[in-house]
Design a protein around this ligand. Sequence first.
Ligand SMILES: *[C@@H]1O[C@H](CO)[C@@H](O)[C@H](O)[C@H]1NC(C)=O
Ligand SMILES: *[C@@H]1O[C@H](CO)[C@@H](O)[C@H](O)[C@H]1NC(C)=O
Length: 364
Amino acid sequence: MSLSSRALLALVALSSVSLAKEVGYFDSSSSCADPKGFATCYENADTTYSNCVNNNCAGGSESCYNSCGGSTSCMNEQCPGLGIDCINACECERSALQIDCAGQRCLVYSCEYQATTLDYLSFCLNPDRDGLPYWPTPDDAPDSCSCNTGQIEQKLYLITNQMDTCSNNQTNIGQMTDVDGITDYAQACICCSFSAIISAIWGTCPDTQPSLLAADEWFAGLLNPGHWEDCGPYLENYDCAGDLGFGRADAGGITEFYSPGNMRTNGTKSLYNLDGVVSTPVSGDVFTWTFASSLAHTVTVSSADATATGTKVSGGSDVTATGTGMSTATGTAESDVKPGVGSSLIVPSWTIASIFGILVLSTL
Ligand SMILES: *[C@@H]1O[C@H](CO)[C@@H](O)[C@H](O)[C@H]1NC(C)=O
Ligand SMILES: *[C@@H]1O[C@H](CO)[C@@H](O)[C@H](O)[C@H]1NC(C)=O
């Protein structure tokens, strides 16, 4: 699913490039200061990416890169020797550079900026989440996206960690006297985490169409294979928020637990940028963030006429992160949703691996 849906996404994005100046997720003429500098910045990121693939990935060659127009899925199909992990590591670096480009010139609380950052989080293994600039969008930010997808992503991350923590909680397991009890408990950890995932998606942005928030992908990739439909009794018999820990702030802070027979109604709205005071970035503002723990990026925000002044400082090799295969959402967009903007919340493959680890445990 991961590659084909990503390719599909790329096609959708390409086919929609019309008169508007689309760069990455942005219509740079309306959401970014200095559209020209912004486009150049993205071109430079593309060059870095192509050099990264050609120089680092085994069997990489310029002809392969060129014949695929740089498309990851194409390269993985046509030149399998490259290795998807290596390509993802290069994608990780490129998306870090794109964050620099966007943070420097574009509306940093927009849906487009969020989508750019979500790409970074999906390509990079163990990204430094806390160091990301303008992330997640603060609650009362002006001209922000109608849905705080960063907040959803953060919750999903904490919930999937708690799924593991829960199934290894010795306080709970120690009280169990038989195998059935332990099996039941492991299943309850899974059901509570599924319910919490639903709560994070439906509850954070109740007005937004859940399919734009990767709900379908979470069902297809995790909840359906994990038999969510059988979770009702577990959710009745266990205290997800308290005993199983999912209510803790560092576990997602979920307070509402839906069950298969009791789901929240779907929102119907698309993702769009709220009206507000439309402000270009504050010129001269400087932010520094750390990419892959060894590479600090210092970026100076430019005004409409200014040129790019972003610099990379400090050492470290360029590609220190390795990526993993990802499933990518392919939500259908309404007219005011830019292609791909709503579609960057992904189901990380390690989540799926970890659930199947617990499932195996619970069937022993
Ligand atoms: C609500 O959204 C989910 C996720 O996209 C979808 O599977 C479900 O069919 C929708 N429910 C209704 C009643 O439309
Ligand atoms: C472990 O279980 C205890 C008792 O049910 C619970 O209070 C605690 O929050 C759990 N710990 C974690 C880390 O989830």
